[in-house]
Design a protein around this ligand. Structure first.
Ligand code: ADP
Ligand code: MG
Length: 245
């Protein structure tokens, strides 16, 4: 199951940690543990909390806070962060990229709730963050393989007309087999070529910014060369290739 089965059911419940009422759309065979002792904080981001929940089906829950208020307090009724990521995962999977398996998502009915949404995912098997790979990996062949895979997959994403709104090294997970898993998947599909171009330029700037100086000039050269080559293979990619230095 790479995304929620279509027999999703809506339920209302209180979730631990949040103390608010939730409206949840969950796969029919999934129920998160509601015992607070089973919820363990895994990650504290500026706009999110990620919990590992040890229930009958272990899961990772991403609780998202509204980023911009009051916009997100209202936007959540139409497309909250978790719903956008749920859809983004499905989109990426449809073009062959790996994402976490999602069990469902939920939204808080109150406009004043501290968390706007919750995404329930299968915990990824042991992985390194892409940031750790570029900052700590000393094996040149492994670094090259990582950048090569990223170039190919970023070209696939952009070549299909999509933009990952937060495409930085920290949103790439690298399991032991050296593949890539994309997370935090808020995806857009701009209508115009100029928007696709600026989306790609923004993603590249974000990669550079998060890398700081951990990626050597010759590695960027290799990455950019691979990206241009891979982009040229896609009907929507060719016109983007010259955005890459
Ligand atoms: N399905 C998952 N399994 C295991 N860890 C995860 C999973 N999803 C997210 N994480 C962990 O939580 C961190 C933050 O997740 P992310 O979705 O990027 O949240 P944020 O929006 O705060 O950046 C990731 O870097 C990863 O360490
Ligand atoms: Mg992230």
């Amino acid at each position: 199951m790479n995304s929620m089965s279509l027999s999703a059911r809506w339920s209302r419940c209180l979730l631990p940690v949040t103390n608010t009422l939730w409206r949840l759309a969950l796969a029919s065979d999934f129920q998160p543990a509601v015992d607070p002792s089973k919820w363990h904080l895994l990650h504290r981001g500026p706009h999110s909390r990620i919990y590992h929940v040890h229930g009958t089906t272990p899961c990772v829950v991403k609780l998202a806070m509204p980023r911009s208020k009051p916009r997100d307090n209202l936007r959540k009724y139409v497309a909250c962060q978790a719903k956008r990521e749920f859809r983004g995962n499905r989109t990426l999977a449809s073009i062959g990229l790996r994402t976490p398996t999602v069990y469902g998502w939920g939204v808080t009915p109150s406009p004043f709730a501290y968390y706007e949404s919750a995404l329930f995912m299968r915990p990824l098997p042991d992985f390194k963050s892409g940031l750790t790979v570029i900052r700590k990996e000393n094996d040149a062949a492994k670094r090259r393989h990582f950048l090569d895979t990223l170039a190919e997959q970023l070209a696939c994403l952009q070549g299909n007309g999509y933009i990952h709104k937060d495409a930085h090294f920290g949103n790439l997970c690298v399991p032991g087999d050296g593949s890539l898993v994309w997370i935090d998947n808020d995806i857009r599909r701009p209508a115009t070529i100029s928007a696709r171009r600026s989306g790609l330029a923004k993603s590249l700037r974000l990669l550079e910014k998060t890398a700081r100086d951990a990626v050597a000039p010759h590695e960027w050269q290799f990455f950019n060369h691979r990206l241009r080559t891979c982009l040229a293979r896609w009907p929507k990619g060719e016109e983007l290739a010259h955005e890459v230095r």
